[in-house]
Ligand binder design. Sequence first.
Ligand code: NAG
Length: 229
Amino acid sequence: MAVGFHITATILMLAFAIVYASDPSPLQDFCVAVPDADASVFVNGKICKDPKLVKPEDFFFPGLNNPRSTSNPLGSNVTLLNVDQIPGLNTLGISLARLDFAPYGLNPPHTHPRATEILVVLEGTLLVGFVTSNPPMNMKNRLFTKVLNPGDVFVFPEGLIHFQFNNGQTNAVAFAGLSSQNPGVITIAKAVFGSDPPISPDVLTKVFQTDKNVIKYLQSQFWWDNNFP
Ligand SMILES: *[C@@H]1O[C@H](CO)[C@@H](O)[C@H](O)[C@H]1NC(C)=O
């Protein structure tokens, strides 16, 4: 009897479970984030500013027309405007990025754990791609790739590893919308080889089927970040 009840309860719970594919929907017009770096409470998102004190500036960010410096070893610069830059984005499930590339500049393989990305190229050409998650046994992870010219749009599905590479001889500029107020970025090589403290070389030697010296060399590199601010 008790077992039957538990099974029924579990089935009912599963049937009514809601899975959110993006940030939760707002429960009011807006919930402008309070800069709460020093707050001792942590909530999912940020706590709301008193609506009576909200100003147009809470929804505003100037100067995204200005090119960003790409003089770093990656030759790229990503300016992400998330809820930390625009507090009015809190609970709204969206953010925006400007991407600048020097010739042959690279935005290295990375994922956004909480957002799908839709990118449009304004200037130059970009070789872009994403790779699917692990398929059934003995099948390969599939690469979806394309060369984009000005006006071309490409989508990078939530959580999948993707990259953008300027394969042309001029600068490239793109803008991207992301379906989260805080998409997050995991840059694969930097996270794996540049973690603090480092992952045991024994682990990485086995993963990459290589010599331990190669792993130690990679772990001793400085892993650049192209994200700004
Ligand atoms: C990105 O550009 C900004 C503004 O030009 C600059 O201050 C910042 O250092 C750049 N970041 C990198 C990683 O080059």
